[in-house]
Design a protein around this ligand. Structure first.
Ligand SMILES: *Cc1c(COP(=O)(O)O)cnc(C)c1O
Length: 458
């Protein structure tokens, strides 16, 4: 009782250091049953202050209920990295506790966000007249893009009067597009039916000819084409739409173009991977998540805009209490939400303390290990690589569907590594996604062995 903030913080930092030191020993995916953690927590809020040591013990007690996203053998979803430098930044920004909604509610936050998103834009070779904003997640950026597309397509009527009287709008996606687009369409009042799925080619890229004929068919049927949503690194298998082939069609019809590069966009800091993104420089909006590969802790998603004013016009509502001086950037007007944390501070600290060079070599390592790992898996009995590596993601199966599901269950229950699945051509496959800064080549090799051992048991 009565410990100072400093004593409590020291104790907590010791705990964090210890957690980091042992993180590779924990089962990656939480091993608890639903309700198990809940049952350990008191049913009522404490009336009087508790001892910090008691709370620290409680924190340790919940560890079996934690899925360790910072584990070196987290190969599920896409890793959400928190480099220690990002943790330091979190302490500083939480200490300030600033709401960076308007320039004047924390000018340092706004200007740091402006500067660091410019850093990233330039490091990624994106057009130098684009401007960046940090949204909490890619889903939020995509929602903003859909709202902006809706306003463009309805000439601002949707915001003023609602959608009654507007023709039904269409948003074009491939089947590899992320579910956040359909969710955004629902939230924007366009309905799931507005999401028009364009057929893909044998590499799972949107087919430009099919896009054109779908747009023409929609116009003939009285729909209004509003947006093209380009997938640059899909979640399932890492599929890339070829932006350069799609952009002329989008331009012809005045479509708003949003690029979802939430995972893969980070590789643009390496010159050699940029050809995958050829054509995105003509888009209106581009999102990628520093909270995935770059190691800037969740949440930190950067949206670049060719013409921010269009999004600002779609987003701005100005009551008297939010009036501000002219000629400054009020980032709340760039977002569907008002309050916002100083996430630029995280970008600034991580990029400054780690440096782009170290991040580039990590990304190159991950991509090389992925290629080697897929090649090695092909030589293992019963294993089949189903989709070839796209950057640091490939998919595989073991024998039939039942064995593949059983192997996935076995490795996740084992706790040595963590994988998730997707479907390819209607059949389940296991995704292997390398992207944690803690992962080593040894982790990959050892996991390959563990998979072979477990394969005998399924
Ligand atoms: C991760 C991911 C998303 C969702 O990102 P959030 O930041 O969690 O909203 C969307 N699209 C793609 C391609 C992704 O990889």
């Amino acid at each position: 009782m009565g410990q100072s903030f400093r004593e409590q913080a020291d104790a907590l930092l010791n705990w964090v250091e210890d957690y980091f030191a042992r993180i590779g020993d924990y089962p990656v995916r939480a091993q608890v049953k639903p309700g198990e953690v809940l049952a350990k927590l008191p049913e009522k809020a404490p009336e009087t202050a508790e001892d910090f040591a008691h709370i620290l013990a409680g924190l340790k007690d919940t560890l079996p209920g934690v899925t360790h996203w910072q584990h070196p053998r987290f190969f599920a979803y896409f890793p959400g990295n928190v480099r220690p430098e990002s943790l330091l930044a979190e302490i500083a920004l939480a200490a300030q506790g600033a709401n960076a909604m308007l320039w004047e509610t924390s000018p340092a936050a706004t200007e740091m966000e402006m500067r660091t998103t410019d850093w990233l834009r330039d490091a990624m070779g994106l057009p130098n007249n684009w401007s960046g904003v940090v949204q909490e997640t890619a889903s939020a950026a995509t929602f903003a893009a859909v709202l902006t597309a809706r306003e463009r397509a309805t000439g601002g009527i949707a915001n003023r009067e609602g959608l009654t009287g507007c023709p039904p709008l269409s948003l074009y996606v491939s089947a590899e597009a992320h579910s956040s687009i359909e969710k955004a369409a629902r939230m924007a009042g366009l309905g799931s039916a507005s999401v028009r799925v364009v057929d893909t080619d044998d590499r799972l890229a949107m087919d430009p000819t099919r896009l054109r004929s779908m747009i023409e068919g929609d116009i003939a049927a009285g729909r209004k084409p509003a947006a093209l949503m380009i997938t640059a690194g899909g979640t399932g298998t890492g599929a890339f739409d070829r932006a350069a082939d799609l952009m002329p069609i989008a331009r012809e019809h005045g479509l708003y173009v949003h690029v979802d590069a939430a995972w893969a966009g980070a590789v643009m800091i390496c010159d050699e991977f940029r050809p995958l993104f050829c054509g995105v420089e003509d888009a209106d909006s581009f999102v990628f998540n520093p909270h995935k590969w770059l190691g800037v802790g969740f949440e930190c998603s950067v949206q670049f805009l060719k013409n921010p004013q269009e999004q600002v016009d779609a987003m701005t509502v100005k009551p008297v209490y939010l009036e501000s001086i002219d000629g400054v950037c009020n980032y709340c007007d760039w977002s569907p939400v008002l309050g916002r944390r100083n996430r630029g501070l995280k970008l600034w600290m991580v990029l400054s303390l780690v440096g782009l060079d170290a991040i580039r070599s990590m990304i190159r390592d991950h991509i090389r290990w992925t290629a080697d790992c897929a090649a090695a898996l092909k030589r293992c009995d019963g294993f089949e690589v189903v989709t070839e590596p796209r950057l640091a993601l490939f998919t595989f199966r073991y024998k039939g569907d039942a064995e593949t599901e059983a192997l996935l269950h076995a490795i996740n229950a084992d706790g040595y590594a963590y994988f998730t699945k997707t479907n390819v051509a209607g059949r389940p496959v296991i995704r292997w996604s390398i992207g944690s800064w803690r992962t080593t080549e040894e982790d990959v090799g050892a996991t390959l062995e563990r998979l072979q051992t477990l394969a005998f048991t399924v």
